[in-house]
Design a protein around this ligand. Structure first.
Ligand code: NAD
Ligand code: MG
Length: 359
């Protein structure tokens, strides 16, 4: 999740900023220079995936982390597994750590696509170039975990890296052909672009902009739930931006469509890349309605339910540490700390406690 703008603007000392600048310039160079990127792979950190599920390791404390494989470690493992060592070059650049180590992701499962290799979507058993999941897990001392689980098992520092890695891998796997010419596309070494083989088009990884808003009436906040949400879970209202809309227009339209309210006092909070179900760029905002105009008219084709919640109800819900299970009494369950909705809710609680939001 991005930091709020005010923190970025107060970025202090030059040393910290200059190391940030050098990291950003390194990533930019690796995107532009195929040879430099290929060279960086060996000492780089590789986040391994199998059919888009990231590899996690359990720590001594019972928590989870991503595995810390370098490109050289991985090459030895690939050799032991009898795989072509050039598989490493299929890695896609994610970014660069604070220690200036380049970070990559690599999918060694069925969905991996490399235009230079003959891998097929529909093969049964192991496809050409695909590695056996259990064998990789054994060699690496970890387990491939579905991203929907992994994202919430990891710390808030590691979860976005894994989400970004999966999003990039998915984009490569689903953009193998040019939509203008139908010709195969090829990637640069970093995986930051794909080119139509006819030379007519360049494609870049894409995200869909989504506005997410916590509406307040001064003493209560508005949350809704879709029928597909886990039991008891309510979240801030969200919706995809339409082509040509501003953020503010999308926000007002979504709230009007979903709950029949007209909002005002829109303010931006923070943003987040959200990998589910595909890549969304979540733009988190606050907005308000006057208590006199807070009557809900829920569109049940979009939301199963939407309700106003008091500060006490939200404060209690923030204490709930695990989702309610079947048979438990009904309890309000809020999006987890990794989600921008959680940040919006906590910001609202802070403002309520400071008395800033009251009419
Ligand atoms: N990170 C968070 O805190 C958080 C919280 C809530 C929702 N979300 C995410 O926000 C996203 C949008 O929320 P929503 O489902 O309420 O949106 P929504 O209200 O716009 O409804 C979804 C529908 O919009 C249509 N749609 C229009 N453009 C689309 C596009 N580019 N991609 C997919 N569907 C499109 C589809 O018909 C889809 O069924 C979801 O993917 C959800 O996972 C994130
Ligand atoms: Mg919605």
């Amino acid at each position: 999740m991005s930091r709020p703008l005010r923190i970025l603007l107060s970025c202090p000392p030059t040393r910290r900023c200059s190391s940030f600048v050098s990291r950003m310039r390194l990533v930019n160079r690796l995107k532009a220079d195929d040879d430099a990127c290929a060279a960086a792979l060996h000492g780089g950190r590789i986040f391994l995936f199998h059919s888009l599920s990231p590899l996690l390791q359990r720590t001594d404390r019972g928590t989870f982390r991503t595995s810390a494989l370098t490109g050289s470690d991985l090459q030895s493992i690939l050799k032991k597994l009898g795989s072509d060592e050039s598989l490493l070059k299929e890695s896609v650049l994610i970014g660069c750590s604070e220690q200036n180590q380049a970070q990559f992701c690599l999918d060694v499962g069925k969905n991996t696509v490399n235009p230079g290799y003959s891998r097929f979507w529909s093969c049964s058993g192991l496809c050409s170039g695909e590695l056996d999941q259990a064998a990789v897990e054994e060699q690496c001392g970890g387990t491939f975990v579905d991203l929907r689980k992994a994202f919430f098992l990891l710390t808030s520092a590691e979860a976005p890296l894994v989400a970004k890695g999966q999003a990039l891998l998915r984009w490569h796997q689903t953009n193998r052909f040019c939509s203008a010419t139908g010709q195969p596309t090829h990637r640069n070494q970093a995986g930051s672009q794909r080119f139509c083989s006819s030379g007519s088009a360049i494609y870049y990884p894409k995200m869909s902009p989504v506005v997410i808003v916590l509406v307040s009436d001064g003493t209560r906040c508005l949350l809704g739930r879709q029928a597909s949400f886990p039991r008891g879970m309510y979240s801030a209202l969200a919706g995809f931006c339409d082509m040509g809309e501003t953020l503010e227009e999308a926000l007002c339209r979504e709230v009007a469509e979903e709950v029949g309210l007209e909002v005002q006092n829109i303010s931006y909070s923070s943003s987040q890349h959200w990998p589910f179900p595909h890549s969304s760029f979540m733009l988190g905002c606050h907005a308000s309605v006057s208590p006199a105009h807070s009557q809900l008219n829920v569109d049940h084709s979009e939301l199963e339910d939407a309700r106003w919640f008091s500060l006490d109800e939200i404060t209690c819900a923030l204490q709930v540490k695990s989702p309610p299970r079947r048979g438990d009494p009904p309890v309000l369950w809020l999006p987890p700390p990794h989600a921008v909705a959680n940040r919006l809710i906590r910001e609202w609680v802070d403002r309520q406690r400071r008395g800033e939001d009251r009419p």
